[in-house]
Design a protein around this ligand. Sequence first.
Ligand SMILES: NC(=O)c1ccc[n+]([C@@H]2O[C@H](COP(=O)([O-])OP(=O)(O)OC[C@H]3O[C@@H](n4cnc5c(N)ncnc54)[C@H](O)[C@@H]3O)[C@@H](O)[C@H]2O)c1
Length: 375
Amino acid sequence: MGSGIAQVAATAGEDVVIYDTKEEALKTAEEGLDKILTRLVEKEKITESEKERIQGKISYINTLRDLKEVDLVIEAIVENLDVKQNVFSTIEKFVSDECILASNTSSLSIASIASSLEKPERCIGIHFFNPAPLMQLVEVVPAVQTAEEILQKAVAIIKSWKKVVAVAKDTPGFIVNRVARPFYGEALRIYEEGIADFATIDWAMKELGGFRMGPFELMDFIGNDINYTVTETVFEAFYYDSRYKPSFTQKRYAEAGFLGRKSGRGYYNYSESGSKPEANKNEDIGKQVVERILIMLINEAADARFWNIASATDIDNAMTKGVNYPKGLLSWANELGIDWCVQKMDELYNFYREDRYRCSPLLRQMHSKSEKFEV
Ligand SMILES: NC(=O)c1ccc[n+]([C@@H]2O[C@H](COP(=O)([O-])OP(=O)(O)OC[C@H]3O[C@@H](n4cnc5c(N)ncnc54)[C@H](O)[C@@H]3O)[C@@H](O)[C@H]2O)c1
């Protein structure tokens, strides 16, 4: 992630220093960037001189030195709070008082990282999506300690790098990793209930729902170990709210080493002899699958709005620009009708009698007032 972020900043004209404790990681970053930029030149997306300009903007270091000229540090090291806190308090000694110290963490609280600093008000979350040069979205996450001026500065810098900013509250999963949970969780549950198999669910979500990838293809792409861990982390962080409950199916697949593409087998078989099973292209089953996953996504997005995690526009931008959803979920809710959304959630709740299927109070309130989301 670090080298991708460096590429974004250098392309926007910033002078960048990449710091990593491992010499070989620096070498990999430098060689990787050269490969990516060479491909961009071949595709005529940039010129040879632009490539050289970008490369000339980046220097690589493996010991910390005077960084008084640096305006912004974006940390993208191992996802471990102790290690991050250590690095933040060390870095603070090398930078000026005005320097913003940001973390690219996906799952740790920004408040806990900021607490390691002498000046915690300069700390903020700046969360890129992978691959950083291609994904337009950046979530900017102020901690309770963050100064308003730092938030404004961080937003302006990231916008000047031609990224779409969504400002999110410092809560588990921020926007995208919270709102997207049902894409995986509800798909797994539909499979576990025997309503449809992997191929059918993937077919329905792509062909009828308009999503670029089906949930099982996407979990195989991300890796079942990684995706399971994110789900478990979010579940624990929400004090075991059943809406985020992880799935036994995914846990067993991860335990079995069926991690997805990277291990040659996940929900699908990626070996040379492996073939993809046929989907059951029954329109009624397909519709049932899409509606159930979609309403759970909409309900999650509405709840994120209810709890003031972000503005309606930022929630919609986050899902279209961070994970390429075909439409913003709140715009989708407007289109389908808030009354339809409430009815679908109530149908699920009445059948299962599980808290997982509780309708967001915001949807219910908007329904009673005949309101729509302002997106
Ligand atoms: N991979 C993703 O899809 C993704 C997406 C968004 C955010 N993130 C976040 O970005 C961060 C990095 O993730 P990644 O996948 O790039 O990890 P990675 O393991 O690929 O890279 C981490 C790098 O940090 C270096 N490092 C470790 N400890 C260090 C230290 N003390 N000082 C300096 N360098 C150190 C390692 O040598 C390594 O090169 C994590 O916080 C993660 O949550 C990752």
